[in-house]
Design a protein around this ligand. Structure first.
Ligand code: ZN
Length: 166
């Protein structure tokens, strides 16, 4: 279940249990109904669980300044494409190898296919004459926070995540 702030800013993924509490206590409203969703019976009421709910009152969220880098979020940034050959990526490569002091960060990691990762090993790009197909930047914005902390995103949520929202 996706929880939106009163401003429709995506906040977090929520368990069904917590969502029910918010709905029953009139703290949130359903935004996106789910016709096939489970119906929960609680305190004499029947609630069809929606896919997306929105808080009635705005909450200030003290966000960490940086979006944590996870495998899923990095793959999403690079769209599952190898930064070196453009093929399907399944590994993470450190552009400046860790053995040479490269950081495990958004600015030094790219998605890579296994063959490129293997060929690159602990070499620098300049030693191989390779170039990057996409920039290594740290993404910003609430939807990235969600992407980097949630394993399974419900496709229904995407319309509320606002790809361009930063
Ligand atoms: Zn490759």
């Amino acid at each position: 279940m996706l929880l939106l702030n009163a401003t429709y800013e995506p906040l977090t993924a929520l368990s069904a249990r917590r969502a029910i509490v918010l709905l029953i206590c009139d703290k949130a409203d359903a935004v996106h109904h789910n016709a096939e969703g489970p119906v929960v019976h609680s305190a004499g009421a029947s609630i069809a669980l929606p896919s997306v709910i929105r808080l009635r009152n705005y909450v200030r969220v003290p966000y960490r300044a940086r979006v944590p880098m996870t495998r899923a979020a990095l793959m999403h940034r690079d769209r599952y494409r190898c930064a070196y050959c453009g093929g399907k990526a399944e590994t993470i490569d450190h552009v400046i190898p860790r053995s040479r002091g490269g950081a495990h960060s958004w600015e030094n990691c790219v998605a890579s296919c296994a063959p490129c990762n293997h060929r690159k090993a602990d070499k620098m790009l300049s030693e191989l004459g390779w170039t990057l197909r996409h920039p290594m930047v740290a993404p910003k914005g609430p939807h990235w926070r969600l992407l980097s902390t949630t394993a399974d995103l419900d496709p229904v949520w995407l319309q509320y995540l606002g790809e361009g929202a930063a």
